[in-house]
Design a protein around this ligand. Structure first.
Ligand SMILES: NC(=O)c1ccc[n+]([C@@H]2O[C@H](COP(=O)([O-])OP(=O)(O)OC[C@H]3O[C@@H](n4cnc5c(N)ncnc54)[C@H](O)[C@@H]3O)[C@@H](O)[C@H]2O)c1
Length: 237
């Protein structure tokens, strides 16, 4: 398959790039961190991109379509975290998070879908924060942004269904990546979050990459508009 991965330079996106490349897919990797992106992409194509910049997203997907000769899959892993407490959260906090997690995800969905033929598949990255309203370490703006990703995925599944494009989301629990290094550096927070999962541990980026790869593969052919919760038994959605 010809697949674009956003947020490809780190964590879940980087693990997804490694897995999909090992499975023999042809990738275009996108991330705003150009230096790390080059390192992770290796022999695969890399296009530096800020997903919240509409003009840049349009240009990047046009370029990806030209390089790959079309597009069969998209994984939207680019995202940012927010831990500002409720009463200190401002409109600006919300805008910053939603620009990337919500608007950035939407722009990539829209531009990828333009390039796709029937049978193509999209996987977004939500979070259990969007199902439970936060409660791990992310606060109101982050939880709201991930709730929006879950709803956006279902809307996109409806809108793109008539073109034969399937759209699903993976909702990870707490995953050990640079994303959450800061909150997890507090041992009490770490223990509390580990204890919230039946498996009593954090997940790995590789475990989420497996879920993404399955939702991009023909093995998940009867799934669309679905939320695959991969959280070690935290939400049991
Ligand atoms: N780590 C977790 O516990 C966890 C849990 C649930 C959901 N998620 C979600 O998984 C996704 C990936 O998170 P991760 O843990 O791999 O984090 P990460 O910080 O390791 O990777 C995120 C990547 O996104 C890129 N990025 C951020 N803003 C961008 C922008 N505007 N344009 C382009 N690229 C941008 C970063 O440069 C980085 O390479 C995020 O959407 C996150 O919300 C993570």
């Amino acid at each position: 398959m010809r697949i674009v991965v956003t947020g490809a330079a780190s964590g879940i996106g980087a693990a997804t790039v490694r897995l999909l490349a090992a499975q023999g897919h042809q990738l275009v990797c996108m991330d705003r961190d150009a230096a790390a992106l080059e390192r992770v992409a290796g022999a695969q194509a890399a296009i530096p991109l800020d997903v919240s910049d509409e003009g840049a997203v349009i240009a990047a997907f046009r370029e990806a379509g030209e390089r790959l000769g079309g597009l069969d899959g998209l994984a939207t892993c680019a995202g940012i975290y927010e831990t500002t407490p409720f009463f200190e959260t401002t409109a600006e906090t919300f805008r910053k998070v939603h620009e990337v997690n919500v608007i950035g995800t939407f722009l990539c969905l829209r531009e990828a879908a333009r390039l796709m033929a029937p049978g193509s598949r999209i996987c977004t990255v939500g979070s259990v924060a969007g199902l439970r309203g936060g409660g791990l370490a992310g606060t109101v703006s982050y939880a709201s942004s991930k709730g929006a990703v879950l709803a956006m995925t279902k809307n996109a599944a409806r809108a793109l269904g008539e073109r034969g494009i399937a759209v699903n989301t993976v909702a990870p629990g707490m995953i050990e990546t640079p994303f959450v290094t800061q909150p997890l550096s507090d041992p009490d927070i770490r223990r509390r979050i580990e204890g919230m999962a039946i498996q009593n541990r954090l997940g790995t980026a590789e475990e989420i990459a497996q879920a993404i790869a399955w939702l991009l593969s023909p093995q998940s052919s009867f799934c669309t508009g679905m939320t695959l919760v991969a959280d070690g038994g935290m939400v049991m959605h």
